[in-house]
Ligand binder design. Structure first.
Ligand SMILES: Nc1ncnc2c1ncn2[C@@H]1O[C@H](COP(=O)(O)OP(=O)(O)OP(=O)(O)O)[C@@H](O)[C@H]1O
Ligand SMILES: [Mg+2]
Length: 370
């Protein structure tokens, strides 16, 4: 899959930009603060309808403007147009100029994997970031996961509100609560199973990639559900979670929240049994993130029978040559890659030679004589 062009209106520091992209390698370069990352972010937003670096959609709209519009032409088996309009209070998405009401029918249309400086937070940050990440990846791969997660999130909210009502001694129907819990458990089971399967798939690929870029053996990802699960059979998980919830009912009421379920899961990135979060060097952590993303590319290709669009935000500048080469070995020639850098000298000449170069200055493309 490739993005042939993107048209950006009032997004971040861009008033208007129309950019045609090469089907292979594109390098966006320029000084700090000129708008390189903003272009990658616009592609990411077009794919996911939200940003990888800001929770607040309004920050994406150019200052003093009412709305931002992003349009992209995607080529997969067929060519189609995606569009997102961001207003201060809502967003709308379109496919081939037709409004799409359900985000679930949109979110799968464009597959993107980004490598950026925020990624290190995946290892160092709190569990919610790791859950967000795995949710995003699985949602891209499976519409069923995306829908189950939405249902789960709604059920969790209702369940928590009900726990609060029980705490406040408002009228309570325990029968209703038990049905609610049952629905909650069923959605949870599916999410646990999908997450486990995804981590297993990653673990089939990860150790080899990690070893090839770091020369270290034993890399693995451990899935840590909030209840201890020995296996991932449906009935078994169902029983475990139902029991955990009923045994802790009073505690839940006291805390006014659901304390077991996929919303409390975590993942660990380990060398053998050592969690890189606690003992890994900065470089080892960084390589773990690279490994994760490279493995994802493989999983994507396998599931979707097409390559995702790869966005590399400034990842070359602080990798040594060896790692750069190893990284590039894993990104094959047929993928579309969009790279940002302040320094063209940091890019391998073999890449440079093949790439389309795009110079950005203050939210505009600079036409240069070559
Ligand atoms: N909503 C907005 N409206 C206008 N300008 C914005 C908005 N959000 C961010 N900017 C501007 O965008 C610029 C940053 O762009 P970006 O992050 O793409 O820079 P960059 O070229 O990637 O820089 P670096 O090399 O430092 O990573 C800043 O000058 C910032 O003020
Ligand atoms: Mg940047």
């Amino acid at each position: 899959m490739i993005i042939k062009s993107i048209d950006i209106h009032n997004f971040r520091n861009y008033s208007h930009l129309n950019l045609n992209l090469d089907k292979n390698i594109n390098i966006i370069y320029g000084n700090n603060g000129q708008g390189k990352t903003n272009i990658l972010e616009s592609i990411y937003v077009l794919a996911f309808t939200k940003s990888h670096r800001s929770y607040i959609d309004n920050n994406l709209i150019k200052n003093n403007e009412p709305s931002a519009v992003l349009k992209g032409t995607i080529l997969n088996e067929f060519s189609y147009n995606l569009e997102i309009v961001l207003n201060k209070t809502n967003k709308k998405v379109k496919v081939d100029n037709k409004n799409v009401e359900k985000l679930s029918s949109y979110i799968n249309k464009m597959n993107v994997i980004i490598f950026s400086s925020e990624d290190l937070d995946l290892i160092k940050g709190n569990p919610s970031l790791r859950r967000k990440y795995i949710n995003l990846e699985l949602s891209q791969l499976s519409i069923n996961y995306y829908n189950a997660l939405n249902d789960f999130t709604k059920l969790l909210k209702i369940r928590n509100e009900y726990l609060k009502k029980i705490f406040d001694k408002e009228v309570v129907d325990l029968n209703y609560f038990s049905i609610l819990t049952d629905y909650f458990v069923n959605k949870s089971v599916f999410i646990y199973q999908m997450r486990n399967k995804f981590v297993q798939k990653l673990n089939n690929i990860c150790p080899e990639i990690y070893e090839s870029i770091s020369k270290l053996k034993g890399f693995n990802i451990k899935y840590k559900p909030s209840i201890k699960l020995e296996k991932f059979d449906k009935d078994y998980i169902k029983e475990k979670l139902t029991n955990a919830l009923s045994e802790n009912f009073e505690k839940e009421v006291k805390l006014k929240t659901t304390i077991y379920g996929p919303h409390r899961d975590d993942f660990e990135f380990c060398l053998e049994d050592n969690n890189l979060k606690d003992f890994g060097s900065q470089g080892q952590q960084k390589m773990a993130v690279l490994t994760l993303k490279l493995s994802e590319i493989e999983i994507f290709k396998d599931y979707k029978k097409t390559s995702p669009i790869i966005l590399l935000d400034d990842v070359f500048s602080d990798l040594d040559n060896n790692k750069k080469n190893n990284l590039l070995k894993h990104i094959d020639n047929n993928m579309q890659i969009i790279i940002t850098t302040t320094d063209l000298d940091s890019v391998d000449p073999r890449i440079l030679e093949k790439a389309k170069l795009i110079k950005i200055n203050n939210g505009q493309i600079v036409e240069e004589e070559v």
